[in-house]
Design a protein around this ligand. Sequence first.
Ligand code: SF4
Length: 263
Amino acid sequence: MSTPVTDVDALTAFLAQVAHEHAPLVQVSSLGPEDMLISEAIARAQLPIRVVTIDTGRLPAETCALIAQAQARWAASGLAIEVIFPEAPAVEAFVHRHGINGFYDSVAARQACCEARKVRPLARALAGQRGWVTGLRRAQSAERAGITEIAWDIPPAANAPGRIKINPLAHWRDDALWAALRALAVPVNALHALGYPSIGCAPCTRAVAPGEDPRAGRWWWEQAEVKECGLHVGADGRLRRGIALDPARAAPTQPAAHTETQP
Ligand code: SF4
């Protein structure tokens, strides 16, 4: 698998192969356009990959509507989107300490909220899985420019098998992504049409002006370099790119157009 995945047929074939080689796998869907296309491929081919999404408790109404729409769309294919939630004690502890909207007060408080509402539920979703599938693309940000389609998320150690991270759309450009979504009539979040290229929790997301960095709408009160919610970062707070499994897939490609998805 040394040719980059750049169309839906190749995406489906790639997912089928990794599902076979690296089971059990889970797709952790942000419900962004990338993840919607990946789930569509999983549903159409009825691949043995679970699909999980995290309801942080602060999602926009439009995102909840998309979850319901997607569940109805893929039910006939046997694909059930598993919605998981934060643990109440963790959220209560954050609110008691920082206030219900305390994430605006400091980067540390914001990261604590993301830890309770996103990172801990993610850990539950990944428990027992050999790998996870994400919608990360190189074109989304400079930080993500070096990601590969498949890499070690956590390398194996003496007593642990490690975990693989699969980014099947790593090389996809914006135009190819949206063309594929339109061709398959895959539903997307209604907020995208209202100037929200990147959609996370409602209080931490705003619309952006045409031409503005898509990431400008996420945690807009913070400096750009800290804008990761913790799902894809290491202990140093920077994006974990992982160690490539297939050197051919780690090779740089031409710069791609820039859009963004959550988380
Ligand atoms: S995006 Fe905002 S509301 Fe959502 S978990 Fe992070 S800080 Fe909390």
